[in-house]
Design a binder for this molecule. Sequence first.
Ligand code: BES
Ligand code: ZN
Ligand code: ZN
Length: 509
Amino acid sequence: MNIKHWKKSWRDYTPSSLNWLEKVKITKATVFDRNSAYIACITKDKNNKDNWQLQVSGLSAEFCQKATDQAKKLGWKAKSPITLLVDETPVILVSPSALDVSTSQKGRQAGLDAAPFIKQLACEKVGICSNSELTSLDILDGLTQGLYSLTTFKGPKKDNDKDEQYPASISLFETSLQEEDIARSLAFAKALMLTKWLEDAPPNWLTPERFGQIAQDLSAERGLKCKVRGREEIEAMGMGCFASVAGGTKLDPKFIMIEVDGEDNNQTIALVGKGLTFDSGGISIKGSQGMEEMKYDMCGGASVLGTAYFLSYFRPKTKVVCMIGAVENMPGENATRPSDIVTAYNKKTVEILNTDAEGRLVLCDLLAYAADDLKPALIVDIATLTGAVVIALGSFGSAIMSNQQPVAEFVLNVSRKIGEPVWQMPLWPELSKEMQSDIADLKNIAAPNVKGGSIAAGQFLREFVGDCKWVHVDIAGTGWNCKATGYPCSGGSGFGVRLLSQICLQFNS
Ligand code: BES
Ligand code: ZN
Ligand code: ZN
């Protein structure tokens, strides 16, 4: 059981890096300040990769030349960053990724690479320089992510433990920067930090109830409407699939719903996130190896909450309804048995043949609720749904599937623009047949000889969205330990916050 040794408020557990973002001053700058430490990215020659220059805004040609001479003298191979002292001013030279990825990802990666060096310098002021390719905002995005650290679950500090140090101010050297762009980046950084923190939190702390409490408190703080329903209401609403996942746990499942008003509330986008605070598999229990990673099975839900938080600062054109199915999947005397049949919100019946395919059971009721009750112009769901997607795409990008090609193209375009990599998978019609049950309407898994598990899951979900435009995002490979350029390589990645936020800001039916 959950021994009640936790501190009273969830705010006692927010990472110091998130508290820092609340107070750091980020401004546009044009004048060099010798008391600052600088992050500057080199530019490599296209034809000769060993040749590089330093030409960035904010640092004079003379300063850049001195830094270049020093780095070359030290035999720097232009790989991992190096800290130099030029006329007593520290400058961190970063070599951007040479991979064929978007420039946003390269910029973010440069910031991520610089972060440990900034930590080590423990300086009060940091200057971020842009160059002809990389923007200061992308580098800032990577830097803030790289400064994330979670120490609030550690025991009391010893006397000689040092407090973490963060810069008090960050100056961005980029002539075309607008104040609003900086404000948006800062709001986004907070949303991403919040998401990553929830992802990394342990499942005996981040229970569905605490997830709901955090959503409610943040909504109140940001002026958003929020409703959290528990087991009784979920059952009474007829969400039999969602309720079945909660059978094995004493913890109350929560259906969290946050509304973000748009400029025009006549049109709605619905976001739906899988929030499994822990997925043991239930009666179809998982093996012990790697089971601890299943605390991350709420990454979809966390990214939906992060998006709601971001949108509270930047009102979208349409209303956005954010829904999270928060629950843990455990074995227990009341747990669902493989072969049980349950009824979903849209009255379709589902034969549960594997209790570990639980994400689709939570999502299907929320999708049906969105489609039937909200009549949205677009539904996007996001979930760590299938192990199969990790086999198919690795951890370098997420899968998307859609029932209407133009919205898939829209999401692909957003993804390219913002550097959150996704790849479309087809909803092969044959796999829809494989999800039909002999004695119920649907079954939650296909027969073992049928492969294409990610698409099969997509076809299952499709049964619940009716004619609504719908995009499904499977982040099982990217939600944590993401290996895409521009993402932290370990822990929760916050994948999806960028994509969902921009989908909401850019969608035009
Ligand atoms: N949460 C898992 C999916 C998952 C697996 C995410 C590995 C990240 C890494 C999901 O609930 C699950 O267990 N899916 C099963 C479905 C199967 C029983 C049809 C899977 O993918 O193995
Ligand atoms: Zn599962
Ligand atoms: Zn799961």
